[in-house]
Write a protein that binds this ligand. Structure first.
Ligand code: ADP
Length: 357
């Protein structure tokens, strides 16, 4: 773990700033030889309680990617989210994990109307560790996170405007649409959006909200669902073989929704990138000796890439000029995600940047 007292950047340079607006969960993972039947009680193998939620994971990834050394954090990272009031799991697990990763937690609401979101995960050992997951959104779907006005008010309490706002699909759809519309509007000095529509809302995302998104990051399932959504089709489920090739899918988001950068993560294969100006290609994944656990690999990728974009925007350049840096940023984010898959767990498996040198 790092020392979280960062040194300051030179006074002339604006310190890049990222705000993650998203979910925080406690994950209860029970490993069991097999699942109990109705009415049956079974002795399981183990219980692990850990900090999670896509918002929290991506905040940790942004924070850790900005520690260029154990004592230097070159990007300010803030999280806007919500947990149950005085939840001991928040104070003992989530908050320390965020803060030790350099994430400011002062805008995390302590909700009195809902409990901290949770995921109860049953890992069935007899069938190769297959997961069954029950999510209770709790505070992720109540109070602050159901109110765009309050979120924007929370943002205004920071001394400067963020360069990047990172959004996922685990807070209410209405909030997500409101935030996309606000930030993707044509007002120049607003933060740019890195949007990871995971999971894709069953009702999809209307073009009016998606239009003008700076960075859209999707995996192979999400890209098919989002492509349907921008055509006004039902999102539906995706079965293997449903997908068109990334080079056919990505341009649709530029043409139809004016998205600046489209990234499609392809697991071990790496990432396909495409920019509005016509640059595209595959950045191959990093080969690893043994995949231990892919949880949070996508979140690690999102956080590392978002940090690279924030650093660039803080120099005063526009997102359209990021083309030259995109392959380097994808490559670094691939390396971080490859480190993540070699470690067990979610947040704890996300590497610090100084660990990757
Ligand atoms: P998600 O977990 O969101 O479905 P992916 O499976 O596409 O996302 O993984 C996200 C990123 O994590 C990939 O683009 C790649 O950089 C990295 N990654 C995932 N699986 C592997 C693997 N087996 N080996 C190396 N890198 C991987």
């Amino acid at each position: 773990m790092s020392n979280t007292t960062p040194t300051t950047t030179p006074p002339s340079a604006k310190k890049p700033q990222i705000t993650i607006i998203g979910s925080l969960n406690i994950d209860f993972v029970t490993a069991t030889p097999r699942c109990p039947g109705p009415g049956e009680t079974l002795t399981a193998t183990s219980l692990t309680v850990s900090a999670g939620g896509k918002g929290g994971n991506q905040a940790v990834a942004c924070g850790r990617s900005s520690f260029t050394s154990q004592t230097t954090q070159d990007v300010s990272v803030n999280m806007i989210g919500a947990v149950g009031a005085e939840d001991p799991y928040y104070t003992t697990l989530l908050q320390p994990a965020l803060e030790k990763s350099g994430v400011d937690t002062k805008s995390i609401e302590q909700s009195t109307v809902a409990q901290t979101g949770s995921a109860s995960i049953i890992v069935e050992e007899a069938i190769g560790g297959e997961n069954r997951i029950l999510v209770v959104p709790g505070a992720n779907h109540a109070g602050l996170l159901s109110d765009v006005g309050n979120i924007l008010a929370a943002l205004e309490r920071y001394p400067s405007t963020p360069d990047i706002v990172v959004l996922q699909g685990e807070i209410p759809r209405s909030t997500t649409l409101g935030l996309l519309e606000y930030f993707n509007g044509s007002v120049e000095d607003r933060a740019k959006v890195v949007f990871n529509p995971a999971p894709v809302f069953p009702e999809g995302i209307p073009l009016s909200a998606l239009r003008g998104t700076a960075v859209l990051i999707m995996n192979e399932t999400e890209v098919v669902q989002m492509a349907r959504s921008i055509e006004g089709l039902p999102v539906g489920d995706v079965v293997e073989g449903d997908g068109l090739r990334p080079e056919e899918l990505a341009p649709r988001f530029h043409e139809r929704a004016d998205v600046e950068i489209v990234l499609i993560t392809l697991g071990a294969k790496g990432v396909y990138f495409s920019t509005k100006s016509g640059r595209s290609g595959l950045v191959a994944g990093v080969k690893v000796a043994k995949v231990v656990d892919t949880t949070a690999a996508g979140d690690t990728f999102v956080g590392y890439f978002a940090t690279a974009v924030a650093r660039f925007l803080a120099t005063g350049q526009s997102i359209g000029a990021f083309d030259d840096g995109i392959e380097g940023a994808v490559s670094k984010a691939n390396s971080a995600a490859a480190m993540c898959v070699q470690r067990r767990g979610a947040m704890q498996s996300i590497p610090f940047a100084y660990d990757m040198e």
